[in-house]
Write a protein that binds this ligand. Structure first.
Ligand code: ATP
Ligand code: MG
Length: 421
């Protein structure tokens, strides 16, 4: 039987990897400017981490996790998202004791969710995200949003929109929760079985349901914004004030709830408005979470973060017809003009590479002309021809492929040429 890749996964072939490098480099550069440092956590964690950190009532935990038992019968799960792991590491390494607060981190890696694969939705997908843990300052909410917007602009995505909302603090959410239950309870039998379960567990989730989002009661549901207490309202208006001050346009959508249980106060989503991108337009989602550090037995600490799907960002770039710069070009192709010259050619290519110059040659026993063609196909900037006759002088034809200019040069001189360039 022919073995193929598992449903919902993809191979990323070298040409596409170049695009990934471009995005990853940009993201890293921007995170460094905003002073976020990279963290790498394991791909699998104890299942309980996500049950507690993401929440039992979420689709992620109740339906989408890749959970398995190891040989010692421990329940482990391939991580479906990054925040729970980052917060676990924050507690485990006592980063709350670090003098530098808030602790600002970013990550980049594969996530796993058992979902129905379709365009922009896979079972293994990649998220890059950031977390700022330890500050309850509305300026940090604006900073996080600005970081994401800045990233999208830096890669050339212009047609993007930002939607924000506030879920308020615990007190505001509790009042809203009661109002939601009262609103949905009389007609809850018209909703899907998930929503029926959610009614008392987490009624906010009903607003986020993919099955029932057209039900008229969803549109008329009480708005969280009418339940924000004074402190929550003030915080939200400060976040909006900072966004306005730094020129980031946004729309407030009181139904923006987000899929995870631990959010409060600010939540946001960034969408691509590119045509032809289809229905799955959310590139990035995030928000503030308080109580998560405590959930993992750390001291009460506020946090905020976002995650974006790299595959979806790439789809948006394609829809916007943005060409991505290629990885480093080939500096020099070494042509072997006769068999006797091969040893010298290998020495030449080795000298170039040791000096940090990208170099390639033929390994298919191609004739001279075919090697020239190969050099062109690989878009070599220079070629050097190592022939039997030239071995005596140690000076080889070294050609600038763009200008056509050619000189005779020794290997040392060729290396120097690149080093001085
Ligand atoms: P959706 O509503 O599209 O399922 P979500 O609310 O589950 O998204 P988050 O958990 O907030 O998504 O993840 C943040 C981002 O990660 C999403 O905006 C999306 O770009 C990406 N993402 C989430 N799930 C997938 C997936 N299965 N395949 C590809 N990308 C995904
Ligand atoms: Mg989802």
């Amino acid at each position: 039987m022919k073995i193929q890749l598992p449903r919902g996964t993809r191979d990323i072939l070298p040409e596409e990897v170049q695009k990934w490098h471009f995005l990853e480099d940009k993201f890293r550069e921007i995170c460094e400017n905003y002073r976020y440092a990279e963290i790498r956590t394991p791909i699998f964690e104890h299942t309980e981490l996500f049950e507690r950190g993401v929440g039992d009532s979420t689709d992620i935990v109740s339906k989408e996790m890749y959970t398995f038992h190891d040989k010692k019968n421990r329940s482990l799960t391939l991580r479906p998202e990054g925040t729970a792991s980052v917060v676990r590491a924050f507690v485990e390494h006592k980063m709350f004791g670090d003098v530098n607060q808030p602790v600002k981190l970013y990550y980049n890696g594969p996530m796993f969710r058992y979902e129905r694969p379709q365009g922009g939705r896979q079972r293994q997908f990649t998220q890059i995200g950031v977390e700022a843990i330890g500050s309850f300052d509305p300026a940090i909410d604006a900073e996080i949003i600005s970081l994401a917007m800045n990233f999208f602009h830096s890669i050339g995505l212009k047609n993007i929109s930002l939607t924000i909302n506030s879920l308020g603090d615990k007190e505001s959410r509790l009042k809203h929760r009661e109002a939601l239950i009262a609103h949905f309870e009389p007609r809850i039998d018209e909703f899907c079985s998930d929503c029926q379960n959610r009614l008392h567990k987490n009624p906010l989730r009903i607003l986020d349901c993919k099955t029932d989002h057209e039900h008229p009661l969803v549109a008329t549901a009480p708005s969280i914004l009418d339940f924000l207490n004074e402190e929550s309202r003030l915080y939200f208006s400060q976040v909006k004030g900072f966004l306005e001050a730094i020129g980031i346009p946004f729309v407030v959508d009181p139904t923006l709830v987000r899929g995870l249980d631990y959010y409060n106060h600010t939540t946001f989503e960034i969408m691509s408005e590119e045509e032809g991108f289809g229905a799955k337009t959310t590139l990035c989602g995030g928000g503030r979470y308080h109580g998560l550090v405590e959930e993992f037995d750390g001291p009460a600490t506020p946090g905020i973060g976002f995650a974006m799907g790299v595959e979806r960002v790439l789809l948006a770039l394609m829809a916007a017809n943005i060409t991505i710069p290629k990885d480093k070009a080939l500096d020099c192709y070494v042509i072997v003009a006769s068999e006797a010259a091969e040893l010298e050619a290998v020495k030449c290519i080795d000298s170039l590479r040791r000096a940090g110059i990208s170099a390639d040659k033929d390994y298919q026993n191609r004739k001279f002309k075919a090697q020239m063609k190969d050099a062109n196909r690989k878009e070599a900037k220079y070629t050097v021809i190592i022939g039997e006759d030239e071995l005596k002088t140690g000076k080889y034809p070294f050609k600038n492929m763009e200008s056509g200019e050619q000189v005779l040069a020794s290997v040392k001189e060729i290396v120097q040429h690149f080093e001085n360039a």
